[in-house]
Unconditional design. Structure first.
Length: 316
């Protein structure tokens, strides 16, 4: 199979039929063998009913329905597990991503050797204040932190080699950072393509300021995990050693001062340096313990299901 199209969605009943027909037209015109995997992330409208109808008239349509809303990252993870195509395309279900971009994205992965190609919505039709400016700030911070030189991390239209989606783990809300996760996993040939952005035709945007804040918190998380996720003792052990050494140095100074330099002076416990020394040594010890616990957790971690699937369509 040439292409798997993975589409996570939440309450997009009005756009699904039009999106399916558009994708099918592009695939048939280019003679691609394909599958379209819709992941219904707990919709409360008729989205699943429409997906069921599409799957009955088109065997290329497959569906996954979550028991409730688990989030876009979990939806992508579920879709990636089921993909069979050589190239995997992700896009949003709101018709703001243009399926006409698929052939060139496929060519960049299949024939030009990219591991991942991210869309860049250079011209956007979103609100400047509520979405465009926060997005620019977020993308700048993501570039500086991750070292991945992309202009639009948030673009839902991306293409992947099948090996990428089968070897990265997307959890929490890390879908924004799939290029960073891919780089950390060793898939370093990451490209970018300017894509056409469509104005939203139906429904309302799911973007809000809370997602903007969560995005930056996730950015800090992924920076930490990429540097210390497999070796937490390197961070916590270093911090613990520094703080313990500072505390011990204060304690040593107080002992020498009391014993040799000023034996008739104040008691050690009456000096503020004593409590500073004690506190830093205790905190340093706690950092050491945190590092050891992190190492133990890593060595005993068992993966658990992060979502519950209610129904599937046309999936073996």
């Amino acid at each position: 199979m040439n292409i798997s199209v993975v589409i996570p969605l939440l309450n997009e009943q009005d756009s699904l039929t039009e999106l399916h027909d558009w994708i099918a037209k592009v695939m048939q015109f280019n003679h691609f063998s394909y599958e379209i995997i819709f992941i219904d992330d707990g919709s409360i409208d008729d989205s699943w009913k429409i997906i069921s109808q599409l799957s009955q008239k088109d065997s290329n349509v497959k569906g996954i329905r979550f028991l409730k809303n688990f989030g876009k990252s979990q939806a992508l993870h579920a879709g990636f597990e089921k993909t069979q195509g050589d190239v995997v395309i992700t896009m949003d279900a709101d018709l703001q991503d243009n399926p006409d971009e698929i052939p060139e994205l496929y060519n960049m992965i299949k024939n030009e050797g990219f591991d991942l190609v991210s869309g860049w919505k250079k011209v956007r039709y979103d609100s400047v204040i509520s979405k465009n400016l926060p997005s620019k700030l977020f993308n700048w911070a993501a570039r500086k932190t991750s070292g991945v030189k992309l202009n639009d991390f948030n673009c839902g239209l991306k293409a992947y080699h099948i090996d990428v989606v089968k070897n990265i783990d997307i959890n929490g809300e890390m879908h924004r950072y799939i290029p960073v996760l891919s780089k950390n996993a060793g898939f370093t040939k990451i490209g970018e393509k300017v894509v056409q952005h469509q104005a939203r035709k139906y429904g309302e945007t799911k973007f809000g300021m809370n997602r903007f804040v969560h995005g930056f918190l996730d950015l800090i998380t992924i920076w930490f995990l990429s540097r210390f996720g497999k070796r937490p003792m390197h961070l916590f052990g270093a911090l613990g050693f520094i703080m313990f050494a500072v505390g011990f140095a204060f304690a040593l100074y107080l002992g020498i001062d009391k014993l040799f330099l000023n034996p008739s002076g104040r008691l050690i416990t009456q000096r503020p340096q004593f409590y500073l020394s004690l506190s830093t040594m205790i905190i340093g010890t706690q950092f050491f313990i945190a590092g050891f616990l992190g190492e133990i957790v890593l060595r005993n971690r068992q993966d658990k299901k992060r979502y519950l699937i209610k129904d599937e369509l046309n999936l073996g």
